[in-house]
Ligand binder design. Structure first.
Ligand SMILES: [Zn+2]
Length: 303
């Protein structure tokens, strides 16, 4: 198939814990193709699903289309092995090399939160800003940092792992520090995430509820649920302020399932500004423009 654009189309794949998204993005930002499938359980089946979606996407893309894949975790610079993914079967595997071999074409693989950040910095809520810091707040907490249009990786490929920095200025409600799957304790992700909200609410009330149920109770006027969401918002504000104190980004862009909560986003700039060193920092915050599509759009933009 030929296209009217001069630059090649971009194929993006977003591998998530429950679903895999595919997209074909034209150079002008138009979406030529979209598809979603459930994530298989084993590594080999995941690779086969990705390869099948790329081949199907290719039927809707022009010649020379590029392929970018976003996934939880990251590649270890020295070994080329995937690590830190909550899709545990992918860890320790040479995922970038395996996908390239399966497709017989060059593929760029990137952390999913970095893809989100790239998308929002390019033509989303962060467009036009030099330093864009991003959070994806869902079951887990992802982070991304884009500087002048480039994802910041660093020599260890560990930049913007905001979720695995220590909870800033912990208060009594955060002790004892919660152990994290990464082997440390007190990581922000254990507090600022859907699982963190569930755990926090259960700690106070003794009742285990999923995030949406806690939100529903808060909307119905339940004081305990409202307090849990307020603690979540305060913790996110402290994380934001800690990042302001290090790099002072031009804008923070918030995505993920919990970004729909007004309590989390609307007061974040003010609250974070009070926690920053000056006590009165002006912190710009916006919700993601492309919503849950930013991950797959950013994967397409890896080329
Ligand atoms: Zn951790």
């Amino acid at each position: 198939m030929t296209t009217s654009t001069t630059a090649p189309d971009r194929i993006g794949i977003d591998l998530g814990g429950t679903k895999i998204d595919a997209i074909v993005l034209a150079d002008d930002g138009r979406v030529r193709f979209e598809k979603r499938v459930s994530t298989p359980r084993t590594y080999d089946a995941i690779l086969a699903a990705i390869a099948g979606m790329v081949r199907e996407a290719q039927e809707h893309a022009g010649a020379g289309a590029t392929i970018g894949v976003g996934a939880p975790g990251s590649v270890a610079p020295r070994t080329g092995l995937w690590r830190n993914a909550n899709i545990l079967d992918c860890n320790g595997k040479p995922m970038p090399a395996d996908i390239e071999q399966l497709l017989g074409r060059p593929v760029r693989l990137e952390n999913d939160a970095n893809c989100f950040a790239l998308s929002e910095a390019h033509d989303g809520a962060g467009a036009g800003h030099g330093v864009v810091a991003c959070f994806t707040i869902g079951t887990a907490l992802g982070g991304g940092l884009v500087i002048d249009g480039q994802v910041r990786h660093g020599p260890n490929n560990e930049a913007a792992e905001f979720g695995h920095t220590p909870m800033p200025w912990p208060n009594d409600s955060e002790w004892p520090l919660i152990p994290c799957f990464c082997g440390k304790a007190g990581c922000v992700e254990q507090y600022v995430s859907g699982t963190g909200l569930t755990r926090d609410y259960a700690k106070v009330t003794g009742v285990a509820l999923k995030g949406p149920d806690i939100v529903a109770k808060a909307r119905a006027g339940d004081d305990m649920a409202k307090a849990a969401i307020d603690r979540l918002a305060d913790r996110l504000a402290r994380l934001t302020a800690a990042i302001v104190n290090v790099v002072d980004p031009d804008i923070f862009v918030i995505g993920g399932g919990l970004s729909g909560l007004p309590e989390l986003v609307e007061e974040l700039g003010l609250r974070a500004g009070r926690y920053a060193f000056s006590g009165a920092a002006s912190v710009k915050v916006a919700r993601a423009r492309h919503g849950e599509k930013s991950g797959v759009r950013g994967a397409a933009r890896l080329w």
